[in-house]
Ligand binder design. Sequence first.
Ligand code: UD1
Ligand code: CA
Length: 459
Amino acid sequence: MSNISITALVLAAGKGTRMHSTKPKVLQTILNEPMLYYVYAALKPIFNENILTVIGHGAEMVETAFPKMTGLFIEQTEQLGTGHALQVSWDAVKKSGATHCLVINGDTPLVTVEALDRLVKVAGCCDLAFMTITPKDPGEFGRVVRDEDRKITAIVEAKDYDMNIHGSVTGEVNAGVYLLNVLTMESLLSDLKNENANGEYYITDLVALAVERGLTVDGVQCGDDLSLMGINSPRELIAAETALQHQIVDSHIDEGVLIHNPQTVIIGPKVTIEPGAEIFGHCEIYGESTVTAGARMGSYNYITDSTFAAGCDIRQFCHIEGAEVGPNTWVGPYARLRPGARLEDGARVGNFVEMKKSVLGKGAKASHLTYLGDAEVGAGANIGAGTITCNYDGKNKFTTVIGEGAFIGSNTALVAPVTVGKNALVGAGSTITKNVPNEGAAIARGKQVTIKRRLKKSD
Ligand code: UD1
Ligand code: CA
């Protein structure tokens, strides 16, 4: 194996017609991550950065979703089939200097590092190897044809399969992951024809061509390995998503995370949860979120890209995105934390409070009906119900600073840029447009006028 080097090539240019979506198929999400994310995650431990990707349909969208892969994308402007995708990429494959190329369909998101490793291990033994599975329902998979000696002779697509020509079906099908010897495959590529039911150039035709030329072909049999199922339709996507959902939740439970009602908990593949955290279903946690030991996540929360420290208590029905929730804090019920929201030790955010790009200092509270946008709230400050930081003048955003220990009365509008000093007080119902000094008290509301009520004279 010493003189063998392998580059990976992901086929991701297809439209995914059977998904009935304008989005390229490889960007359809499973547990909130695009399908292609999973393929890369399985390839990276083996191939590091040596991963080329053929894109075409919705190419720009794919490039935007994976900016780190820039320079490794190859464009197939017209999608004339998987064989054509390979032809278009061949120069880049050769330029990589690799002796072998592992080609994988981009719609195989559940593939595992272990499965890929099995195929990589046969490099050096043959010119062309591919993975085969024997699923309960062979559906539209390409059929593997073997001769009387069980030697592989071809892969024939379901639509092109003819029992009279190809014999009775074996149930063994092509999983869409191939290992090609770059040198020996070279001359076969130009011999691919599109004379088939779809009028496309098929990568799978390389098998019969290789056999005809006396090259060695091998099928790595992976049984009914579910992880190699391709995703072509919404039903297949949902089946893969459900399987992965349970797999991820189960592994967290095995690690020591207490998950109540686990069938209703959805955790993304990039989420970190420490043993000793407690989670109640229904709940969705996605992106690069971290839940620390001792954090408590109540039911019906939607979380993405957020961190939760020990002793935080997230009550029900919160929407939390890009937030940093410190230790011993309370959030919700019914709170919304948007990107850049940060709660320091012991801070509290109650019902119908929205925070964006704002910090609540140690022990500070915003318990009801408040909007904090571009605000810095000092330790121990109290934000009364109905307080709004008016951070936007229609063109620009401005900051509101509220000092330590300040008390903001209910129904106050703080028109930014504005500072309320340490231990200052703002009277309820104020519209604050000027800075309030440390320990100052400000009130800015219409004066109350009280007169005698006029009642209707009764007859
Ligand atoms: C393919 C195989 C089939 C196999 C199955 C496994 C062929 C001809 N058939 O069928 O034998 O059982 O996968 O899942 O290869 N793509 C391009 N450019 C194109 C066309 C497709 O990049 O011009 C990409 C698609 O984005 C997709 C992959 O190639 O990721 C496979 O294409 P798809 O149309 O899904 O092939 P299947 O019909 O599933
Ligand atoms: Ca497919």
